[in-house]
Design a protein around this ligand. Structure first.
Ligand SMILES: [Zn+2]
Length: 76
């Protein structure tokens, strides 16, 4: 089965051998998770100075988030 990567739209094979499915690669998976994380962080918490820095989430933050969320993310 061929699907399009949700991040870059590249066609990939959706197989159990592709650990990043439905993404083409780890980078696209992290980018998608980062967008999701930014939405979570966008909820006003009253700490305005933190809000600005959370908008600039970098790949290391996403990696840490992925480690935390990995079980939920892959529980399908
Ligand atoms: Zn991709």
């Amino acid at each position: 089965m061929i699907v399009n990567c949700p991040t870059c739209k590249k066609e990939i094979e959706y197989s159990t051998e592709n650990v990043f499915r439905p993404f083409c690669c780890k980078r696209c998976q992290l980018i998608d998770l980062g967008q999701w994380a930014n939405e979570e962080h966008a909820i006003p918490s009253g700490a305005n100075k933190d809000a600005e820095s959370s908008m600039n989430i970098d790949i290391e933050d996403i990696e840490a988030l992925l480690a935390q969320q990995e079980k939920d993310f892959f529980k399908e």
